[in-house]
Design a protein around this ligand. Structure first.
Ligand SMILES: [Zn+2]
Length: 238
């Protein structure tokens, strides 16, 4: 009898400090990484459960690959791709990192979710040109309610100046003495819009119900904004 020794790396952190850690329900050997404390198995029957595959899915989502493309490239189920999208998206929060901003620019971008017939679905977001970071966003109808939802996410943050275009809902919500209106104040965010439009394609299917679609939509926005913010923090090109 010959014994073959296979050395494993942790699929999460690549550490070699692996110990046995009981058995899974299906009888497979469970392993524990002493480097990062995460558990894993040597071979995954369900490919989508493999952390390395999950990382690939997230990477492809960040780079704007469609759900169907990911399914085909990685040979995994749609369910698995959508599950990873939600899981990753929900784990991220787009929020202000500073407690004071001298100036922020807010703009609205038309986005669409599924086949929602009545009313358009807008993405509204706040951008700090000084930090080159997206600090909050809200989605909804083109109304003051969506502006309020965005401003609520900036509570507790001091903002000296809000720059927007002429959209009426902004004037209804933003404090007049801090509000600058006009294209000359929103040049930077217009540039970000162009990038986002090129980057963001609809990631969800037409046939799922609206509320579910909305969940996936926001998860994909979280992934996109988080990815952009990270890239800009590291001074790379988005
Ligand atoms: Zn590890």
């Amino acid at each position: 009898m010959c014994e073959i020794l296979i050395k494993l790396n942790c699929p999460h952190c690549q550490s070699r400090k692996i110990v046995k850690n009981g058995r899974k329900k299906n009888g497979n050997q469970n392993l524990l990484c002493q480097g990062c404390g995460k558990q894993f198995v040597a071979t995954y029957q369900n490919k989508g459960a493999n952390p390395a595959v999950k990382r690939l899915i997230v990477g492809l989502l960040e780079r704007n690959s469609g759900i169907r493309d990911i399914e085909n490239i990685l040979q995994i189920s749609r369910r698995c791709v959508l599950h990873t999208l939600l899981q990753r998206g929900k784990s991220l929060r787009i929020r202000p990192e500073q407690d004071h901003y001298r100036s922020i620019q807010i703009d609205e971008v038309w986005s669409y979710v599924g086949q929602r017939k009545k009313g358009k679905y807008w993405l509204l977001y706040a951008y700090s040109a000084e930090h080159d970071q997206i600090i909050a966003y809200s989605c909804g109808s083109r109304s003051a309610k969506t502006v309020r939802a965005l401003i609520n996410k900036l509570q507790g943050v001091t903002i000296d100046e809000y720059c927007t275009d002429h959209w009426k809902s902004f004037t209804k919500v933003l404090p007049a003495q801090k509000h600058r209106i006009g294209k000359e104040f929103t040049k930077n965010i217009e540039g970000v819009n162009t990038c986002l439009r090129a980057r963001n394609r609809r990631l969800v299917r037409k046939t799922t119900c609206f509320s579910k679609n909305k969940e996936y939509h926001e998860a994909s926005l979280n992934i996109m904004f988080h990815h952009r913010n990270e890239i800009k923090l590291n001074h790379h090109t988005f």
